[in-house]
Design a binder for this molecule. Structure first.
Ligand code: PSV
Ligand code: MN
Length: 430
């Protein structure tokens, strides 16, 4: 497979905007210099920023009511990779793809690795799926997987996760992410403690199969598909499980998996403090696990999370180095455009957090000057760092304006011609 968006085409489109970018970058550089911030240092950090794309996010999502397929959707992991390469070629901050098994399972993982190599893509965390039964599955997950009351179902779920590790090794991944929908829908349906004990016992068996340089990330979610109780419903159960398993087990924060108005940035701080922050699934939400585009509703919350992350980065906090990933469902937009937009939105939060005046902030905190502490954060958040993001992409050979270049390339229409039979219109979670 070869790159689908020609480098020369990107350069041609960039040439139209390069003059404006130079002006805007200079102006922002002068503005930041007043606060002793060197724009080149910030741009260099922005260039290093990477956030993984979920393989399942490249297709059109859906709700439990319906799914409205988009033009030229990828029909398999090979085509998902092609789309991911387009996203990375233009955005230059999404060089890793996170697969979901068995959705992305292939017969020949060596061939899959060669294909990703040829597209300059790497593999991020492996996501296991024991929240669905596969055709012909011997023992059902209807009443749970890793915490099922029946050993046969638990064993199948454990084995699937161990298989995921093997497939991940072939792809060069170093992380397994486990999210299970196990739980109950009726009070009394499940004995809370016994179910959690069964879950932990299963997870211990998976942990035992983890290579020494891998991490096991546990993802919590408040509800859905279990609506009364969920086995790992919050960060409390999550960190308890991670502590019980050992140092290679960490917690993963999906932004949509909390009650509305929960202070997620404080959860992040706690996980950092106890060396248990494994990674993120970025998305945005209004009501529940809406899987909306990152930063589309609550950009300030996203910034405040990065404020904690950058603080830990600058303090060289021990055990700190979370995986960043998007986990969204695109129902009404072109998934490639949403993923590019969202990656840039998360990168924007990172860059804005980099320009927080931490010395001043710390002084205001010490003096209990709440107003000035808050204004210090707001100042960074309201600074338009677009020229830094654009310059970071430009320096790396990406597009100054990824969406404009993508639209001008005609890629989607071409995909529509090449992938005539993509997607059904039934309901679907992703
Ligand atoms: C569950 O809602 C989740 O956030 C998990 O990360 C899954 O792996 C993903 O969505 C896809 O269903
Ligand atoms: Mn998730």
């Amino acid at each position: 497979m070869t790159q689908r968006i020609d480098k020369a085409f990107i350069a041609e489109e960039n040439a139209k905007l390069a003059g404006f970018l130079k002006e805007d970058y200079e102006a922002l550089g002068n503005q930041l210099a007043r606060d002793d911030i060197n724009i080149e240092d910030i741009t260099a950090k922005a260039e290093q920023f990477q956030i993984a794309v979920p393989s399942w996010g490249t297709g059109t999502g859906g709700t439990r009511f319906a799914r409205f397929p988009g033009e030229g959707e990828p029909r398999n992991i090979w085509e998902k990779l092609e789309d991911s390469a387009v996203i990375n070629d233009l955005s230059q901050c999404t060089e890793r793809v996170s697969p979901h098994f068995p959705w992305d399972k292939v017969d020949d993982f060596t061939e899959l690795k060669q294909t990703s190599d040829s597209l300059n893509l790497k593999w991020d965390s492996i996501n296991s799926n024991t929240f669905q039964d596969q055709p012909g599955q011997a023992h059902s997950f209807k009443y749970g997987s890793l915490s099922n009351t029946r050993a046969e179902s638990r064993d199948l779920a454990i084995q699937h996760n161990l298989d995921c590790i093997e497939w991940g090794k072939a792809l060069g991944s170093k992380t397994l992410t486990v999210w299970v929908g196990d739980g109950s829908n009726h009070p009394g349906q499940q004995h809370f403690q016994s179910a959690f004990e069964r879950y932990l016992d299963s997870m211990k068996q998976i942990y035992a199969g983890l290579p020494s340089d891998w991490e096991l990330h546990i993802e919590h979610k408040m509800f859905e598909p279990a609506f009364y109780s969920t086995i790992i419903q919050d960060w409390g159960s999550n960190i308890l499980a991670a502590m019980e398993l050992g140092p290679q087990a960490k917690s993963l924060v999906d932004l949509g998996h909390h009650a509305p108005n929960v202070n997620i940035e404080m959860i992040v701080s706690r996980l950092i403090q106890f060396k248990k922050l494994g990674g993120f699934h970025f998305n945005d939400s209004k009501y529940g696990d809406d899987d909306l585009d990152s930063g589309s509703l609550h950009p300030y919350q996203q910034f405040l999370i990065f404020n904690e992350l950058v603080d830990a980065q600058y303090r060289n906090q021990e055990g700190f180095g979370p995986n960043y990933m998007l986990d969204q469902s695109h129902n009404v937009t072109d998934p490639i455009e949403s993923l590019m937009n969202s990656a840039a939105s998360v990168q924007r939060s990172y860059v804005a957090a980099l320009i927080v005046d931490r010395k001043k902030l710390s002084g205001y905190q010490q003096d209990n000057d709440a107003l000035m502490a808050s204004n210090t954060l707001k100042k960074a958040f309201t600074t338009d760092v677009s020229p830094i993001l654009e310059m970071a992409r430009f320096n790396r050979g990406g597009a100054i304006d990824p969406i404009a270049v993508y639209r001008a390339s005609g890629y989607r229409a071409q995909a529509g011609r090449e992938r005539p039979n993509s997607g059904g219109n039934g309901s679907g979670i992703v």
